[in-house]
Write a protein that binds this ligand. Structure first.
Ligand code: AVJ
Length: 322
């Protein structure tokens, strides 16, 4: 009842080295948000989700808690749930329970980068949902999305958490096209997106008063220190998070507090930071319903359902092939 494939890249370290070299030699400098998440970074993100200022996780939880049945009916009661970035599947249980209540639940396909979490979650879920099949895939889903195993009947592919907001328009378009290519008639995508709201609330969510987000942001430097032999001084950088109204996204950066030289031994690279130079570490795009619809349209998808929390802070949307 449990089968888990592992497709971890032998050359993940080489990919990281290439990404970091390109990002640090670019102007302006930029690092990819996926490198936040070592063990410490994942812990810090967990802490972020519990901050009073950081509403998205709670809003998404609320939608799933209150509206999963409605979502499942709108998706035609699929038999298979594929989840990208499944992690501990905390929110997924709402969807699985709603599928069970529709009497359609057959297969859960978790896709996640951590083998340990995927194995543990699979074991828990087959206990909690008797008869459930779990066909997991351990991989970087940005690279191996197409390897996600199928399941019987109609499928729903869930991509929760608002992570699509990390992608630039081109990357987002390419990603949605790849998802569209996985969908057959009757299949659906369930996508989590944070919504545009006033600047003060958006900026507060990324500048929490406890400084957890600042620590999370700087953790990417600690990751480069330990994984690429770098000597970043975390105290020599400041966390910066501003809402870019024109691009409709949070723009998250690290500002160098001094004119400084950083060495990355494993890359045989020396990098200069001018005082006040800013390096982008993440974008977090905010959406409107229109913007989600148009992103779908660009990938040959059509909006089939729109579910927000009562405050209208966050949306789960359903899409299917046009
Ligand atoms: C996990 C990408 C959805 O963009 O809000 C939280 C990450 N960064 N605080 C987001 C994040 C800083 C988060 N996502």
């Amino acid at each position: 009842m449990i089968a888990i494939d592992v497709h971890l890249d032998a050359d993940a370290a080489a990919t990281m080295a290439r990404d970091v070299r390109a990002g640090l030699c670019a102007y302006p400098k930029e690092l990819l948000p996926k490198y936040f998440y070592d063990e410490r970074g994942s812990q810090l993100f967990e802490q972020i989700t519990e901050l009073p200022e950081y509403y998205p996780t709670r809003a998404e939880w609320q939608i799933l808690d209150q509206r999963s049945a409605e979502i499942l009916v709108a998706a035609g009661c699929p038999e298979t749930l594929v989840e990208l970035g499944s992690g501990s599947a905390a929110k997924t249980r709402h969807l699985l329970s709603a599928m069970r209540d529709c009497d359609s639940l057959d297969t859960y396909v978790p896709v996640d980068i951590s083998e340990e979490i995927t194995q543990r979650t699979a074991a828990e879920l087959v206990d909690e949902y008797p008869g459930l099949n779990v066909r997991g895939l351990v991989c970087d889903f940005e690279q191996h999305l197409e390897r996600a195993p199928g399941g019987p009947g109609a499928r729903m592919i869930a991509f929760l958490g608002g992570t699509i907001g990390n992608l630039y328009p081109r990357g987002r378009h390419a990603f949605l096209e790849r998802i569209a290519a996985l969908l057959g008639p009757g299949d659906h995508l369930l996508l989590g997106t944070d919504l545009i709201k006033d600047r003060a609330r958006l900026e507060a969510a990324y500048n929490d008063s406890d400084g957890v987000t600042a620590e999370f942001n700087k953790n990417v430097l600690a990751v480069l220190n330990s994984q690429l032999g770098a000597d970043f001084d975390l105290d020599a950088f400041a966390h910066v998070a501003r809402y870019d109204e024109e691009a409709e996204r949070m723009d998250i950066r690290l500002r160098s507090l001094a004119d400084q030289e950083v060495r990355l031994d494993d890359l045989d690279l020396d990098v200069h930071f001018a005082e006040d130079e800013e390096m982008r570490t993440e974008i977090s795009t905010k959406f409107t319903r229109e913007r989600v619809e148009s992103a779908y349209a660009g990938a040959g998808l059509e909006l089939r359902g729109w579910f927000t929390d009562p405050a209208g802070d966050y949306a789960l949307s359903l899409a299917a092939l046009v």
